[in-house]
Design a protein around this ligand. Structure first.
Ligand code: ATP
Ligand code: MG
Length: 298
């Protein structure tokens, strides 16, 4: 299997940034306002990039993003949500074909638009401590993995590239982007989440939560970054959720939870994380493939 871990050099493009998972390239032609977002096979957990990568992950996440952009562009019958895809995707260099998106370079808003339809992860941790999620009071007696009375918009401040994001209130979002933009972000995030959750539900999947990023182009709000991938979202199997009796049975997920669980047991979080065993890599790859098959082949 070809290794899609390390960034490659692409004629006509220069690499400007490498995140934990993706590499960003700009055209050598400065007048060209596009950007190439290349998804690698790298996998990260607890802010560490792990070895080895998950073969095919970059291609699967890219395919999933493109499929969702198409659904949200109107293929699902809804009102089209403008997105950042730029023109002909066949202009993508061969070396990264299948795991790259050619996009318009936007002025990004510094807000991660998180929507939570279910209580888990950091939301569950906060709820057990204070009965709230991102400061929003919730009814007592909820369990890990429960559906929330209604989906919540819980924004985070998008720290400069590579730094840690932090949860913010809606008022702080208003301070960052203004009242109108903040309301627009909240409403579009919630409506897009509901729409995607419906699409997922029709395929036996729960979209527990997700994160969107938006930018501005010609004054208009545009959906950017990756969308509704297993890196930016939690997906669960609806049958397992209904019938499961423990949190891990209920939240049988399609993301790198397998990697996280293995790592928690195998590593004390000091020094370099241990290498992932082949069996964990293969199970994770299979889960990613299963998610895309269930969504797109339905
Ligand atoms: P990490 O994922 O490693 O924690 P990161 O978020 O900085 O860090 P990436 O998600 O790989 O790394 O980086 C992608 C970057 O590109 C993000 O900062 C995202 O906001 C930005 N981005 C996405 N789409 C666009 C776009 N159309 N125009 C400009 N910037 C974009
Ligand atoms: Mg990111």
């Amino acid at each position: 299997m070809t290794d899609h871990g390390a960034p490659v050099s692409l004629p006509g493009w220069h690499r400007v940034y490498s995140g934990k998972v993706r590499d960003l390239y700009l055209p050598d032609d400065e007048a060209d306002a596009r950007m190439l977002v290349v998804a690698s096979d790298r996998v990260s957990a607890f802010d560490h990039v792990l070895e080895p990568g998950i073969p095919g992950k970059g291609a699967l996440l890219t395919a999933l993003s493109l499929w969702w952009f198409e659904q949200l562009g109107g293929a699902d019958g809804g009102e089209p949500v403008p997105n950042h895809l730029a023109g002909d995707q066949s202009e993508i260099p061969d070396a990264v074909q299948g795991r790259a998106m050619l996009v318009h370079r936007l002025e990004m808003l510094p807000v991660e638009c998180v929507v939570r339809g279910y209580l888990t992860g950091s939301g569950w941790a906060e709820y057990t401590a204070s009965g709230t999620v991102c400061g929003i009071a919730l009814p007592a007696g909820l369990s890990n993995g429960d559906r929330l009375p209604e989906p919540l918009f819980t924004p985070a401040y998008k720290a400069p590239l590579g730094e840690h994001d932090e949860n913010i209130t809606f008022d702080q979002t208003v301070e960052l982007v203004g009242a109108d933009r903040a309301a627009q972000l909240r409403d579009l995030s919630l409506s897009t989440y509901r729409r995607a959750a419906e699409t997922a539900a029709a395929r036996g999947l729960i979209l527990a939560d997700t994160k969107f990023e938006f930018g501005i182009r010609n004054g208009e709000l545009v959906l950017a970054d990756e969308v509704l991938t297993s890196d930016s979202s939690r997906y669960w199997d609806v049958e397992a959720w209904r019938t499961g009796t423990t949190p891990s049975e209920r939240m049988a997920s399609f993301d790198k939870q397998i990697v996280r669980d293995w790592l928690v047991a195998a590593w004390d979080k000091t020094g370099t994380p241990p290498e992932l065993p082949a069996e964990i890599v293969e199970r994770t790859a299979a889960k990613y493939r299963e998610l895309i098959d269930r969504l797109t082949l339905a």
